[in-house]
Design a protein around this ligand. Structure first.
Ligand code: ADP
Length: 428
C-alpha cells in the first residue's frame, strides 16, 4: 500500500469555533435531507454546506455498483474533469480509488498530484482538470460501500488531516440518503423495464390473438371446400373407385373434418377475448341451470347427478360463464369412472373474490399433468379413448383469466378431480 494511504492520521484538534461551525453544517445537512425528496436539490444544498466548512474548486459524488463493478458521478459542481461528467459510467479497476476506498473504508487525502501518482492513482491533471489537492471519502450505508465524496482544490496542500476527518463526518451524515436515492433509482429503472416488457407482452399477445382469429377464420372456407368435394367424390364416384382409393378418400375426409374441428375451436378460443361482452352481475345459480340445460342429453345418458350448494352472484360475462361451467361439468361426465358420475359445485368467499369448486368422482388426473391440461390442444388420451380436441380447459382458463381470476385442479389418478377457479364479486 502507498504512502498516501498509510499516512499518519493526527488531525489537529479543531478549535471551538471550528467545532461550532461543523455542528451547524451537520445540523443543516440533516435538515436538508429531511426537507425534500428531490435528490438533486439535496446534492446542491449539501455542496453549499460543505463549501462553508471546506472551500473547494470541485465537489463530486460518485455512485458505485459493486455487483456490476461500475462507478459514475451522480453529482458534480465546480471545475470539470473531462470524462468524469455526471452519468458517464466507468469500470472499477483494481487499485483504483473506488477499489481502495472500498478496502480501506476511510477517507484518503492527496496533498499534491505527485502523492496521487505515488498511490497509483491517475491525477486529475492527466485528464485535463487542473486540481492539486484531493480528499476522497467513502460513502458507507448499512455497512455497504455505495459511493464516494470527492473534494478538490486547485491549490496544492489546500487540505490537511483535520479537513479529511471533517469530510468523513460529513460523508457519514449523507451516505444513507444517497444510498436510498441510488436504491430508489434502481427500483425505478427496474420498474420502467418491467412496464416496457409488460407493454411489449400485451402487444405481442394482441398480435397473436389477431393472428389466431384471422388464421382460423380464413381457413374455414378452404377446409369446407375440401371436405364437401371429397364427400361428393365419395358419393358420386363410389362405383368407379377401388377399395384402396375409397380408403384414401376416407382418410382425407376424416383429416379435413378433424382440421375443421380444430379450426372452429381455435376460433372459439380467440373469441373469448375478441368477442367478450361487458361484465354485469350474474347469478351463478342461473348460470348453472343454463349450463345443465345445454348438457341435458349427456347428463341423462349416463345418469349423472349434478348438485350444488347455494351459489352467489358474481361480476362477469354471463355467456362465457355458462361455457365455463358447461366445459367443466361436461368433462366431469366425459371422464367418468365406473360409477355414475356425481358432480358437485360449491363456492366460498375468500377476501374480495369467490372461489368455486367443481368436484367429480371420475378417473382423476395424475398431479404431473395438472398444468398441462390447461394448454390449448393438450390432451392426455387418444381420440379412440375419448373424443375431443383439447380446447375445453384452455377456453376455461382464458375465460377465468379475462375475469381476473385463476383456475387449477386438485386431483390424483383414479380419485376424482376438483377444479377450482376464482371470480370477482359484484362491486358494491
Ligand atoms: P378434451 O376434453 O377435448 O381433451 P380439455 O381441454 O377439456 O380437452 O381437457 C384436457 C385434458 O384434461 C383431457 O384430455 C383429460 O385428459 C383431462 N381432463 C379434463 N377434465 C377432466 C376431469 N374432470 N377428470 C379427468 N381428466 C380430465
Amino acid at each position: 500500500m502507498s504512502d498516501a494511504t498509510e499516512q499518519v492520521r493526527v488531525p489537529r484538534p479543531p478549535s471551538p469555533e471550528q467545532q461550532v461551525a461543523e455542528y451547524a453544517v451537520l445540523a443543516e445537512i440533516s435538515r436538508i435531507i429531511s426537507s425534500t425528496l428531490n435528490i438533486d436539490e439535496i446534492y446542491e444544498q449539501f455542496a453549499h454546506q460543505v463549501s462553508l466548512l471546506i472551500p473547494f474548486d470541485r465537489l463530486s459524488i460518485s455512485a458505485v455498483d459493486m455487483e456490476a463493478h461500475t462507478v459514475q458521478a451522480v453529482y458534480a459542481v465546480g471545475g470539470e474533469i473531462p470524462g468524469w461528467e455526471r452519468g458517464v459510467v466507468h469500470a472499477i479497476v483494481p487499485g483504483g480509488i473506488s477499489d481502495i476506498l472500498e478496502g480501506e473504508r476511510r477517507g484518503i487525502l492527496f496533498k499534491t498530484p505527485a502523492e496521487e501518482e505515488e498511490a497509483g492513482q491517475q491525477p486529475a491533471r492527466d485528464l485535463g482538470g487542473d486540481f492539486q489537492t484531493r480528499i476522497a471519502v467513502p460513502l458507507i450505508a448499512r455497512s455497504v460501500f455505495v459511493g464516494a465524496l470527492n473534494i478538490r482544490s486547485l491549490q496544492p496542500y489546500a487540505y490537511d488531516e483535520s479537513q479529511l476527518a471533517q469530510a468523513e463526518r460529513i460523508g457519514a451524515q449523507i451516505a444513507g440518503t444517497i444510498a436510498n436515492s441510488f436504491a430508489y433509482e434502481k427500483l425505478e429503472a427496474a420498474q420502467g423495464e418491467l412496464e416496457k416488457t409488460a407493454a411489449e407482452l400485451r402487444r405481442s399477445n394482441q398480435e397473436l390473438e389477431q393472428f389466431a382469429y384471422v388464421a382460423s377464420h380464413d381457413l374455414q372456407e378452404p377446409l369446407r371446400k375440401i371436405a364437401s368435394f371429397c364427400n361428393l367424390l365419395e358419393s358420386r364416384y363410389a362405383d368407379q373407385l377401388d377399395d384402396r382409393a375409397s380408403t384414401y378418400l376416407h382418410y382425407i375426409v376424416d383429416g379435413a373434418m378433424r382440421m375443421q374441428a380444430l379450426v372452429n375451436d381455435l376460433l372459439l378460443y380467440s373469441r373469448v377475448t375478441t368477442r367478450g361482452q361487458e361484465f354485469a352481475p350474474a347469478n351463478m345459480d342461473e348460470i348453472l341451470q343454463e349450463a345443465q340445460a345445454n348438457l341435458d342429453v349427456a347428463i341423462a345418458e349416463c345418469e349423472a347427478q349434478v348438485s350444488c350448494d347455494a351459489l352467489p352472484a358474481v361480476f362477469g360475462d354471463g355467456t362465457q360463464l355458462v361455457r365455463l361451467l358447461q366445459n367443466l361439468i361436461g368433462n366431469a361426465i366425459k371422464y367418468r369412472g365406473e360409477a355414475p358420475p356425481q358432480v358437485h359445485l360449491a363456492a366460498a368467499k375468500e377476501r374480495d373474490e369467490w372461489v368455486f369448486s367443481v368436484r367429480d368422482n371420475g378417473i382423476g388426473i395424475a398431479p404431473e399433468y395438472a398444468e398441462r391440461i390447461f394448454v390449448i390442444f393438450q390432451r392426455l388420451h387418444t381420440r379412440e379413448e375419448y373424443g375431443g380436441t383439447g380446447i375445453g380447459l384452455a377456453v376455461c382458463k382464458k375465460i377465468v383469466e379475462r375475469h381476473g381470476g385463476r383456475i387449477w385442479v386438485e386431483s390424483a389418478e383414479g380419485a376424482g378431480a376438483t377444479f377450482r377457479f376464482t371470480l370477482p364479486q359484484v362491486p358494491e
